[in-house]
Design a protein around this ligand. Sequence first.
Ligand code: P1T
Length: 394
Amino acid sequence: MSNDKNQGFGTRAIHAGQVADPSTGAIMTPIYQTSTYVQKSPGVIVGEYDYSRAANPTRAALEANLADLEGANHGLCFASGVAATSAVLHLLSSGDKVLLGDDVYGGTNRLFNRVFNQLGIETVHVDMTDLDALKDAMDERVKLIWLETPTNPTLKIADIAAVSEIAKSNNVILAVDNTFATPFLQNPLALGADIVCHSTTKYIGGHSDSIGGALLTNSDELHQKLKFIQLSVGAVPGINECFLLLRSTKTLHVRMERHCENAAKVANWLDNHEHVERVIYPGLESHPQHELAKKQMSGFGGMITMYLKGGLEESRTMLEHTKLFACAESLGGVESLIEHPAIMTHASVPPAMREQLGISDNLIRLSVGIEDVDDLIADLENAICATMKSGAAV
Ligand code: P1T
């Protein structure tokens, strides 16, 4: 098994956590499609495994691979990104408080505010780009800070190292959802985070064919607690999903390079378009945290958020007229997607909060895929043109 931390990301993506199958030499980790394992005598197991909710060799290879890519000692995989998030929330008890980034995936907002609040866990939203606001929100009941960076969908960038200092001085766990950046572009643990969360459904999976989540940590104590939750709550991924993800991580670095390259070109093109009001992309100098993004990330990612000139009608027309950019929820696949956060991914965020965050009717989110970028730009041009022809554009 290759676990050489000095090797480059691509080498580790392809080899870390994986060995040729000892019984056949199969170079790819087999799909161990088994729920249970025969024991020699009650309680005397043959190898390391007794039941697949607890552990499975295909999942173990994936967990080791993802841990390596995040520079973590431990990895745990879950049935979805939301299941991974829930596992972290299960660390808390009734009466505890969480400081949650104000801009997060709509399903994350819903989980904190409409599921775990019923178990007595209070959520306070904080703009994580405002460190003074974070310090002000801190009190002795706060046990967890949860943030995304870049955020979904307004792509705000939080200073992970600075937030981590505040977390440490208050004895609070810092969890960073690194789904948008991926371990190729950003490693929150190296910047002081305690837990990294991924929706592997997105860039890590990369082919829009599986749902999954992962948690990575360097803390033995947190790992033991989270592993106990994984076993006890049981939201583990299917083995075929694990196999698909193991295949996907082998190309993560190559895909991410192309996502970043394409997104930069699309963002620049949109930025100069007369019917686009504003483009948010961490790689643009106009992005409020562009300098921080340059420091904290090794690339700016494949996500772009834009404000089209006009309102709901114009946005609808644009989303109905793209042909390559499929109108769909999710992100991070090789194919480009376009969506309307206010109606789709962030519909569960209360309207007042959406307004405060700028998730308005003319906000459109693009997940720029790895197709030929000129074709992507032509597709967007046609769709924006359609909003003008329909008389919708202003
Ligand atoms: O869908 P699931 O695998 O459960 O992941 C949830 C999740 C967690 N974190 C972030 C940053 C996410 O974006 C998501 C899911 N997001 C979408 C489905 C979306 O279109 O934004």
